[in-house]
Ligand binder design. Structure first.
Ligand SMILES: Cc1ncc(COP(=O)(O)O)c(C=O)c1O
Length: 443
């Protein structure tokens, strides 16, 4: 990266200390009525109101963010899982400022600076050993589109995809066709075959058998129309549904026998399950041909084995990412892998343990109100009452009023999802969050 000399370094240190100072001030001169009118304008411009009456003022401190109307909120949404190091992280701000001094704002696949190579290098250094290459892109859906294209090419243009019930893979036309939410593709045509098999059900001892039978049936009927089997090893938008290795392996072996490549969508799991990749957590990399990542990376990428390397004309695009996002994404991988956050004794596994113990206790005290919990690492979910969307939404609104932002996933039943800012979350902040959860359950 370019060396701008001591004057630049001095300026950088001054800005970072000014940011640190602003974060320590409990109140800024914020105007709640201005925040309200700005939110109304945003709703008008989007043609749709935001989920929360929240507008960030640009100041945050760890797990907390300061909204433009002057409220400090604990953020367990992380912008749907992006900000694993919370808000206002000085290390990431410093990385961003340094990258912002580069000659270009956006980098592409034709002309790029060192951040492009450095991000790929760092990502691949920690990737499952079966992955040989990667291609950067901007959103999770972009990476998934690239994955689908290269898989179809390797399968000589076969169009179909086998997927899990409850899956979510993004909002582009093709990803909306795969995603198991018909209400997310109203008015859209079906252009290729998508066949679903049931995801793991911990309450059904025959769950693996049933999914295997469904897969075998699809392969017997239509293997010749299928390009790939796409899998979320932990289902994100379905509400952090988990499954053991023993569930996936027979399915992957069946695909291997049929010549169907396995594509693992790690857009939501990347960096969040106690390991950098859920593929590593479940030790299934030998079965996997393609992996997609996003969110925590501050951009996205498709990783693929040597055999999956596409024809040079197949994937590219103007943008590979913003210079700042690439530098910060790389720094996030470095921090995750060196600051005691991952691994069996790392912070994510600690948080999982604490959360499960707290949720179990809440279930003991409020058995009708907190009915179930699940997840892994920094992805922890629980169900409120009957899990209806209406009840869940009401609970989330109440928590927001009390100072805790969380989001939901799944659909009838819905799950409250806690995206934990594992890189910064203190035990005291987690205690405070659980106090709010308990107050709102009790209300
Ligand atoms: C598993 C999974 N795949 C793909 C996507 C799409 O990512 P993006 O919204 O960045 O396009 C998401 C987003 O939530 C996701 O959870």
């Amino acid at each position: 990266m370019i060396d701008l000399g001591e004057k630049f370094e001095q300026g950088l240190r001054l800005i970072v200390s000014a940011v640190a100072e602003a974060q320590q001030r409990l109140t800024l001169s914020l105007d709640p009525s201005l925040a309200q009118s700005q939110l109304e304008e945003i709703a008008r411009l989007r043609g749709r109101p935001p989920f929360f009456r929240y507008l960030g003022c640009g100041v945050g401190r760890g797990a907390r963010t300061l909204s433009a109307d002057g409220r400090w909120l604990l953020d367990f949404t992380l912008g749907v899982g992006v900000h694993i190091f919370g808000h206002g992280n000085l290390d990431l701000i410093q990385t961003a400022l340094r990258a912002a001094a580069a000659d270009i704002v956006m980098q592409g696949n034709l002309i790029f600076n060192d951040e492009y190579g450095a991000l790929m290098r760092t990502l691949m250094a920690h990737a499952p050993r079966t992955m040989a290459h990667c291609w950067l892109s901007v959103s999770g859906a972009d990476a998934n589109e690239n994955a689908l294209k290269l898989l179809r090419q390797k399968r000589q243009g076969r169009p179909g995809v086998i997927a899990f019930r409850g899956c979510f893979h993004g909002r582009t036309s093709a990803m909306a066709e795969i995603t198991d939410r018909p209400d997310y593709r109203l008015g859209q045509p079906s252009t290729f075959p998508v066949r679903y098999i049931p995801f793991y059900d911990p309450r059904d001892p025959k769950s693996t058998e049933k999914s295997l039978a469904a897969l075998r049936y699809i392969l017997a009927q239509e293997a010749d129309r299928m390009a790939a089997f796409v899998v979320e090893l932990v289902q994100g938008e379905a509400g952090f549904a988990v499954a053991p290795r023993e569930f996936f392996v027979p399915l992957f072996e069946e695909c291997r026998r049929a010549g169907i490549p396995v594509w693992v969508d790690e857009v939501q799991t990347f960096g969040r399950v106690g390991e950098l990749f859920a593929t590593q957590m479940l030790d299934v990399s030998e079965y996997v041909s393609v992996i997609t990542v996003g969110k925590i990376l501050q951009g996205s990428a498709v990783l693929f084995s040597a055999e999956m390397k596409p024809d040079p004309g197949l994937i590219s695009g103007t943008f590979a990412g913003a210079t700042v996002a690439m530098a910060v994404g790389r720094r996030i991988i470095e921090k995750l892998t060196t600051e005691g956050i991952l691994g069996p004794a790392g912070r994510e596994k600690q948080l999982e343990k604490i959360c499960f113990a707290r949720l179990k206790e809440l279930n003991r005290r409020y058995p009708e109100k907190l009915t179930e919990w699940r997840g892994v690492g920094a992805m922890v979910a629980f169900r409120v009452g009957d899990g209806s969307t209406a009840v869940t939404r009401k609970f989330l609104d109440r928590c927001f009023e009390e100072g805790l932002m969380m989001y939901y996933g799944g659909h009838e039943p819905a799950w409250v999802r806690m995206f934990l800012p594992a890189g910064v979350l203190s035990d005291e902040e987690l205690d405070e969050a659980f106090e709010i959860i308990e107050r709102c359950l009790a209300a």
